[in-house]
Design a protein around this ligand. Structure first.
Ligand code: FES
Length: 121
């Protein structure tokens, strides 16, 4: 069901784990499957210098978390807000149609973390 690239990332996802003293944390859940994703950001001078995640969810949710956290490292918070689940899916060379909703979690978790950051400014 998953392509090779997705399987490769699933076997060794990047940026897994809770971050110590993050600048911001975003947490979102998918009501239909009950999966939860948490994203941790370290932000310096408006730039995301580090990102990590904890995902209690399916393979697609783990793989999209890994890819999304890789994609936002080095971006300004404004540019990170522009990352869409479609871009994450493209970077993964596709996801099965029934797994597209899982990739939305990553986009939403990034937005939630950035909202958290802005609320503390
Ligand atoms: Fe819940 Fe994929 S099935 S996030």
């Amino acid at each position: 069901m998953y392509n090779e690239k997705v399987m490769e990332i699933f076997k060794s996802p990047k940026n897994v784990g809770e971050m110590e003293n993050p600048s911001a944390v975003g947490s979102v859940g998918n009501a239909s499957c009950g999966d939860i994703m948490k994203i941790f950001l370290r932000i310096e001078n408006n730039i995301i210098v580090d990102a990590s995640f904890l995902t209690f969810g399916c393979a697609a949710a783990i793989v999209t978390s890994s890819t999304a956290t890789e994609m936002i490292k080095g971006l300004s918070i404004e540019d990170a807000l522009k990352i869409t689940n479609k871009q994450v899916i493209d970077a993964l060379e596709g996801l099965p149609a029934q797994k597209i909703h899982c990739s939305v979690l990553a986009e939403e978790a990034i937005k939630s973390a950035i909202d958290d950051y802005k609320s503390k400014l």
